[in-house]
Design a protein around this ligand. Structure first.
Ligand code: URP
Ligand code: ZN
Ligand code: ZN
Ligand code: ZN
Length: 498
């Protein structure tokens, strides 16, 4: 239960220093030079390497029941792959059907995750229907079950979608509970009609998926989500930002002072939607996710620029994987292809390669967008997201000089496909420490972890990073009426009864 990381360069979001790290019982005790360490402590050599906070993936769907099947990366394989890639915490989604109790869904997902997770985890709860029961269950989750973020859908009509007036009610409740409202922003009505139109044109392949939900469909919903949230002074987090135009809406809203955060994902930063036109059906279907990747090949670079300069905040993956035989549910109809791609293992390397190796961001910004900002937004900072005394010892040792080539043949995920196949990444995770224990060493591809070693991390509402600004706005937010004398002139009676 004691670990001494020696000889490395400690990289946090604010600065980097040459320092050693001493860990006891899962917590960081000291950071500095020439540390006084008890004899017999295990030494981990980090010479020539970067010692960074483990990654936090803000968006995964392990073993999600979805579109007629289950995602193949379950909580065991998925979190094992995460730690191989340098991620030490995931935030997954409890996502059940309309009409299902949120508490029952939460218990079901905890039952799936708790015995299987190899790293720490937490949950966002999806609100897919609205009723007085849902309202009170959201309160129970926020007050007593460690949940401070709720995801809603403007797409998946008749399945997960809420209409604007339901969204209004959910946001109002989020605001009262001190929770963060998260949005899947796409116009579900338009998508449904456009799917039919594409199929009638005889377009049944994966390109139809991209054609029926172009950028505008995402950008319009992003603007609408933010507008409604702003009416209620509710903070907003846009999940899986996939397009330039949606990102632009977020940038504009932030410039206007809205409390809104944008989350690009490994997929939108690392590849593009030209793949939907690939001649191999499996390859094209392997990229199907919602919102789709964009055919404009300059999109990943554009999103990376915004992530580098602070306009976008956190990074997730939307890891939700399906094998070829499952994707084939939609072999004759793109609308039936289970939506989802990989990313949980490769996010860190993809962002290092496209962000740091390209010169767009430095190592400190890398830590901010892969870990620290997520910890701040979701209210687990400084427990997570920083290497400092008192914080959880979730640490990775990063070899910035090494390279690896991503491939489905060598990845640790269960899925038989990888959207980053062949990408050569500079920057490789060489060792993962979770709760103060070495759980993965890349050199001999060795895991020393069991399902259930990870723990559920409860998160409190009214996160200061999110709610400080919101609370200050309360006074301006509740308008007051103009005091005036009643109208004294003549008036007519309303005779129109209709
Ligand atoms: O295609 C996706 N994104 N699948 C997972 C569900 C969601 O919308 O996040
Ligand atoms: Zn979504
Ligand atoms: Zn309609
Ligand atoms: Zn998702």
């Amino acid at each position: 239960n004691r670990l001494h990381i020696k000889g490395g360069r400690v990289v946090n979001a604010d600065c980097s220093v040459d320092a050693d790290v001493y860990i006891e019982n899962g917590l960081i005790v000291k950071v500095g030079k020439n540390l006084d360490v008890p004899g017999g402590t295990r030494v981990v050599d980090a010479s020539g390497k970067l010692v960074m906070p483990g990654g936090i993936d803000t968006h995964t769907h392990m073993q999600l029941p979805f579109m007629g099947t289950f995602a193949v990366d379950d909580f065991y394989v998925g979190t094992k792959a995460a730690i191989a890639g340098g991620t030490t915490m995931i935030i997954d989604f409890v996502l059940d059907q309309k009409g299902v109790s949120l508490i029952e869904a939460y218990d079901k997902w905890r039952g799936w995750a708790d015995p299987k997770v190899c790293c720490d985890y937490s949950f966002h709860i999806a609100v897919t229907w609205w009723s007085p029961q849902v309202k009170s269950e959201m309160a129970e989750l926020a007050k007593n079950r460690g949940i401070n973020s709720f995801k809603m859908f403007m797409a998946y009509k008749d399945v997960f979608m809420l209409d604007d007036s339901e969204l209004y009610e959910v946001y109002k409740n989020c605001r009262e509970l001190g929770a963060l409202a998260m949005m899947h922003a796409e116009n579900g009505h338009v998508i449904q009609h456009e799917q039919e139109r594409m199929l009638n044109l005889g377009i049944t392949g994966p390109e139809g998926h991209a054609l029926c939900r172009p950028e505008d469909v995402e950008a319009e919903a992003t603007g609408r989500a933010i507008m409604i949230a702003n009416r209620l002074n509710c903070p907003m987090y846009i999940v899986h930002v996939m397009s330039k135009s949606s990102a632009d809406v977020i940038v504009q809203a932030r410039k206007q002072g809205n409390v809104v955060f944008g989350e690009p994902i490994a997929a939108s930063l690392g590849t593009d939607g030209t793949n939907y036109w690939h001649k191999c059906w499996r390859h094209a279907a392997g990229h199907v996710m919602g919102p789709p990747l964009r055919p404009d090949p300059t999109t990943p670079g554009y999103l990376m620029d915004l992530l580098a300069n602070g306009d976008l905040e956190c990074t997730g993956t939307d890891n939700c994987t399906f094998n070829a035989s499952q994707k084939a549910l939609g072999k004759d109809n793109f609308a039936k292809i289970p939506n989802g791609v990989n990313g949980v293992e490769d996010r860190m390397s993809v962002i290092w390669e496209k962000g740091v190796a390209s010169g767009k961001m430095d190592e400190n910004r890398f830590v901010a967008v892969t870990s620290t900002n997520a910890a701040k937004v979701f209210n687990i900072y400084p427990q997570k997201g920083v290497i400092a005394p008192g914080s959880d010892a979730d640490i990775i040792i990063w070899d910035a000089e090494a390279t690896r080539t991503i491939s489905a043949k060598t990845h640790h995920q269960a899925v038989d496909f990888n959207i980053f196949e062949g990408l050569v990444c500079h920057g490789v995770n060489s060792c993962t420490i979770s709760r103060g224990k070495v759980v993965y060493e890349a050199e001999d591809n060795k895991f020393t972890v069991s399902g259930g070693d990870g723990k559920f991390v409860p998160r409190k509402p009214f996160c200061k990073y999110v709610y400080n600004r919101i609370n200050k706005r309360k006074e301006n937010y509740d308008p007051s009426k103009v005091e005036r004398e009643p109208f004294q002139g003549q008036y007519i009676n309303n005779t129109n009864q209709s």
